[in-house]
Design a protein around this ligand. Structure first.
Ligand code: MLT
Length: 255
């Protein structure tokens, strides 16, 4: 297995669907994994664990409102976040704690967040698309070990187009779970992947400290979301893998 890590969706190579006529582009990877530890992919795993029927992810709000209005009212919930805050008129924000309730059971969640759902949109054409967070890292690793895709792209949502340390740590955690910490040469497809593995090895036992130092972590704490930071750094507590079953729709796979 060869793991390529990209710090932002824009760093991931163009795929055939994005190709400008006549341009040579790499084929899609065998598997892509989108990460937004703070907080979209942590929240997606939490919602599906809590029994949500599916997550339908949107990069823009107008499309979300249009498509969701076709779904039966009693079976849907709208989740919207911008700048870390829940949007007016939406049922849920982006805190994983919003989803730890029976109210999500059986519901389709129509979700749009600042960075996470945009990253998912960018990777939508990959035939095997998953989301990962620190909380479901072990489940993702078990899935990859079983499925054995050759080329894996781990794509961080990043923060407004910039590098995000917590997503990098999560990429390293996945790679190390696969055994890359002991055999970097065999697994690492690019230097970003080696850097992620090294960072995870360094911070593994102090994830909560680390996240409180990150820019996005400090910002969420300033909004009163300290508890979210603690939850989002808990390794391997959720045993499901969110997997794309149709474009932009993720359902849970129990692993
Ligand atoms: C995002 O998608 O940008 C985030 O998940 C932001 C947040 O922490 O709510």
């Amino acid at each position: 297995m060869e793991i390529f890590f990209y710090h932002t969706p824009d760093q991931a190579p163009a795929m055939s669907k994005d190709a400008i006529k006549g341009e040579q582009v790499p084929d899609s990877p065998d598997c892509a994994i989108v990460i937004d530890v703070l907080r979209a992919t942590t929240t997606i795993a939490t919602a599906l664990k809590a029994g949500a029927e599916a997550i339908h992810a949107f990069k823009d709000l107008d499309t979300l409102l249009r498509i969701s209005s076709r779904w039966p009212y009693k079976n849907r919930l709208l989740a919207g976040e911008r700048g870390g805050q829940k949007l007016d008129g939406f049922d849920l924000g982006n805190s994983p704690f919003d989803y730890m309730t029976d109210a999500v059971t059986g519901k389709r969640i129509f979700m749009s967040t600042t960075n996470g759902t945009r990253a998912l949109d960018r990777m939508q054409s990959v035939s095997l698309l998953l989301t990962a967070s620190l909380t479901n890292r072990a489940a993702v690793v078990r899935f990859l070990k079983k499925r054995q895709p050759h080329t894996v792209w781990i794509v961080a949502a990043g923060c407004n187009g910039k590098f995000s340390l917590e997503d990098t740590i999560c990429a390293g955690a996945i790679a190390c779970g696969l055994g890359a910490g002991l055999d970097i040469n065999h697994y690492a497809g690019n230097d970003e992947s080696i850097a992620a593995i090294s960072l995870f090895n360094f911070w593994e036992n102090r994830l909560e400290d680390l996240i409180s130092y990150t820019k996005h972590g400090c910002y969420l704490a300033s909004l009163g979301y300290e508890e979210d930071l603690n939850y989002c750094t808990q390794l391997d507590i959720v045993d499901i893998v969110p997997i794309q079953v149709e474009p932009a729709v993720l359902k849970p796979l129990l692993v």
